[in-house]
Structure formats: C-alpha cells, structure tokens
Design a protein around this ligand. Structure first.
Ligand SMILES: [Zn+2]
Length: 119
C-alpha cells in the first residue's frame, strides 16, 4: 500500500513523531529528503547517479526545482552548532529555541530536523 505524507503540512509534534518512528524502523517512508536550498519536503525522486563506489539517489525539489543528492553538507553550520542539535534530547521546537538563544542565530525547526536526520 502506498501513501504520501505531506510533511510540510505537519506541525512540530507530528514531525517529531515521524522522526521517532523512522528512527525505530517503525515507519517506512523512504528517506526523509529535505531540499537543501529551501528546506521543503516536497521532494521527488529524480533518477540515480552512479559514482565509483555507489549509486546515489537524486532528488528534485518540487518547490524550487533544485536538484540534489542526499549528500549532507557538513559546512552549512559550524560543527559546535551541529553537534548541539544532534545531541539534543529536546523536542524539535525546544532544540530550535535553545540553539537560537545559545548561538544567537535564526535556525528553523525544519533545519533542526534536517541536521538531526542528515548530520
Ligand atoms: Zn527547494
């Protein structure tokens, strides 16, 4: 059975639940692909790209048409901020508030999720 979830329509708590279910392998919705450009979840599979060692799934963002592979960009935020987000046991929203207060930045909860998911 196939169904689609529009992740953009979910609130923080519902997103959090999906991440938790996915972490425990209880939800099979494929990769939680997020557009690196506009942070949209409206992402479709767009063929595969073969590199020397493995084949990477390519994605295309339906919102901004940006094409990308799930190759986490390590340098979007400094590692201390990323580590704080990755290690945080708080909810997405609380992590976002805490990280913004602590580092004086303006990160969205979607970016928090993206860092948690993609590293
Ligand atoms: Zn996009």
């Amino acid at each position: 059975m196939k169904f689609e979830i529009d992740l953009n329509k979910l609130n923080d708590d519902e997103l959090e639940l999906i991440v938790q279910l996915k972490k425990r392998g209880m939800l099979n919705i494929g990769e939680l692909a997020i557009c690196p450009k506009c942070s949209s979840y409206q992402v479709i599979r767009n063929g595969k790209r073969k590199s020397r060692y493995k084949t990477k799934q390519r994605y295309k963002c339906k919102s901004c048409n940006y094409k990308f592979t799930l190759n986490p960009s390590k340098n979007r935020y400094p590692s201390d901020i990323r580590n704080f987000v990755i290690k945080s046991k708080l909810s997405l929203r609380k992590t976002r508030d805490e990280v913004n207060k602590r580092f004086n930045i303006n990160m969205s909860h979607v970016t928090v999720l993206s860092i948690k998911k993609l590293g």
